[in-house]
Design a protein around this ligand. Structure first.
Ligand code: ATP
Ligand code: MG
Length: 397
C-alpha cells in the first residue's frame, strides 16, 4: 500500500466508524454518501474520477459523478486557467493538485443534466423537481459545500471585475416559493457587492408601461466586469403577461400589432436580444427553479404556520397557483423558444433547496472558469510608474 492510500485509511471511516479502504471510500463517493465524502481527501476523488472515466459516453450522470466541490477548500488562483492543473487544499489540510480538466468534468456532472441549449423537443415533464442525482446530504454538509462554491465564485468574480471586459447576467425565473431569493442570497454570499447588482422586477410602473417591453430590463444589463442578477426578468413578459392577457392590453401597444403570433414574436425578440448581448460580451445564464406543485403547497403552508415566515406569504400567491398549468405551458414555450448555446437555460430541481443552490453555484463557477479569465498584465510603461511611485513613497520620511 502506498503512502497516499495509507493517508486515506487514516482519515476515512465507513458508516460504522471503521477505517475504510480506498476502494470503499471511492465506492462511498460513488454512492453519494456525502457525510462520508466530507472526510475523504483529494486522492479518493481523483481515484473516483478515474473510475468514472470507464462509463459509456452519453450516460446520464449518476450520483457518484458529483465530487465537486468536496475536498476542495481553497483553489489556488495562481494556477488559474493557464495551467493544466489546479492546486487545492484537501480536507486534511494537505496541498494537492488536480488536473483542471478533472475539476471541470466534476462540475459538469452537476450542470449537464439540467442545461438546455436547444429548445427543440424540450418538455418540462422530462425534468424531475425532486432530482438530487441520488445525493443525500445533511444540512451542515450542504452548507459547507456551497460555501466552497461561493468562495470559488468570489475568486472568479475578482478577476472578472479586474479585467473589465466580460460581464455576467444571471436570470432567475420560478413560481412563487421556489427559492429564488434564498438561492441568490446563498450562492452570491461571498461576492464583492461592488461588482454585483441585483434587480427584482415586479409589476411595471406607468413609466415602464409607456415604453417597449424590453426597455426597463435593457437599462439594467450589467456593465463590463460586473455580475447582474435579474430576480424575475424580461421572461415575465411571456409568462405572467401571457397567462393574464389583460396585462398585455395595459402595455398600450397599437392593437394592429397584436396578432395571433404575438408570443412567438416576443420569444423571437428575446432570443435576438440575448444574441445581441452575448455578442457584446454579456454572458447569460438563465435558471428556471423547477418546483413541484406539491412542494409549493408545502412551502405556502409553512409560511402560514410559522409567524416569522408570515411576511413572505401573499394572498396573490395562492391566486396565481390556480393558474399553475397555464404557467407550466408558458414556461415550456419560453424555454423552447429561447434555449441556445449562448444563452442556456438550466432547469434546476427546486424541491430540495440545498441541491438547487449547488447546481446554480456549479453552473456559474463552471462558466466563469471556462472563460479562462486572467488579471490584466501590467505593461512595462506601467511598471515604470509603479517603480516611481514606490520611490516617492519610500522618500517620505
Ligand atoms: P417574493 O414573493 O419572494 O417577494 P416575487 O418576485 O414573487 O418575490 P412579488 O412582489 O411577490 O415578488 O411579485 C412580483 C409580481 O410581479 C409577480 O407576480 C410577477 O409575476 C409580477 N411581474 C413581474 N414582471 C411583470 C410584468 N412585466 N408585468 C406584469 N407583472 C409582472
Ligand atoms: Mg411573490
Amino acid at each position: 500500500m502506498d503512502a497516499r492510500r495509507h493517508r486515506i485509511f487514516a482519515c476515512a471511516k465507513d458508516r460504522a466508524g471503521r477505517p475504510a479502504s480506498l476502494e470503499t471510500a471511492s465506492h462511498e463517493v460513488h454512492a453519494g454518501e456525502a457525510s462520508f465524502v466530507g472526510r475523504v481527501d483529494a486522492a479518493v476523488l481523483t481515484h473516483a474520477c478515474r473510475r468514472r472515466r470507464q462509463r459509456e459516453p452519453g450516460d446520464r450522470p449518476s450520483p457518484h459523478d458529483v465530487p465537486w466541490p468536496v475536498s476542495m477548500r481553497t483553489l489556488s488562483v495562481a494556477a488559474h486557467g493557464r495551467q493544466s492543473s489546479m492546486s487545492l487544499t484537501a480536507d486534511n489540510g494537505e496541498e494537492a493538485s488536480m488536473p483542471r480538466k478533472e475539476i471541470l468534468d466534476a462540475l459538469s456532472r452537476y450542470t449537464d443534466p439540467f442545461r438546455v441549449t436547444d429548445g427543440k423537443g424540450f418538455r418540462l415533464k422530462d425534468f424531475d423537481p425532486g432530482d438530487t442525482l441520488g445525493l443525500k446530504m445533511d444540512k451542515e454538509e450542504a452548507v459547507e459545500l456551497l460555501q466552497r462554491g461561493s468562495e470559488w465564485l468570489a475568486m472568479e468574480q475578482d478577476i472578472l471585475y479586474a479585467q473589465d471586459s466580460w460581464s455576467l447576467l444571471l436570470v432567475f425565473q420560478a413560481m412563487d416559493a421556489a427559492g429564488k431569493d434564498g438561492t441568490i442570497k446563498h450562492v452570491m454570499s461571498r461576492v464583492n457587492p461592488q461588482g454585483c447588482d441585483v434587480f427584482s422586477f415586479k409589476q411595471p410602473s406607468s413609466e415602464e408601461l409607456a415604453h417597449d417591453f424590453l426597455w426597463r430590463y435593457s437599462r439594467k444589463v450589467p456593465r463590463r466586469g460586473h455580475i447582474g442578477i435579474f430576480n424575475r426578468s424580461y421572461y415575465e413578459e411571456v409568462l405572467v403577461v401571457r397567462v393574464h392577457q389583460a396585462l398585455l392590453s395595459a402595455q398600450k401597444i397599437p392593437p394592429t400589432l397584436i396578432g395571433k403570433k404575438v408570443w412567438d414574436e416576443r420569444l423571437d425578440d428575446i432570443d435576438r436580444f440575448e444574441e445581441y448581448l452575448s455578442r457584446q460580451g454579456v454572458i447569460i445564464l438563465k435558471f428556471y427553479l423547477n418546483l413541484s406543485y406539491k412542494e409549493q403547497k408545502k412551502r405556502f403552508m409553512d409560511r402560514l404556520d410559522k409567524p416569522n415566515k408570515n411576511w413572505k406569504f401573499s394572498a396573490s400567491d395562492v391566486r396565481e397557483r390556480r393558474y399553475w398549468n397555464d404557467y407550466m405551458q408558458a414556461y415550456e414555450a419560453a424555454i423552447r423558444g429561447t434555449a441556445t448555446p449562448a444563452a442556456p437555460w438550466f432547469v434546476v430541481p427546486a424541491d430540495n433547496k440545498w441541491f438547487t443552490r449547488l447546481v446554480v453555484a456549479a453552473a456559474i463557477v463552471e462558466t466563469l472558469e471556462k472563460l479562462d479569465l486572467a488579471y490584466p498584465k501590467v505593461t512595462s510603461e506601467q511598471k515604470k510608474d509603479l517603480a516611481a511611485a514606490r520611490e516617492e513613497l519610500k522618500a517620505e520620511s
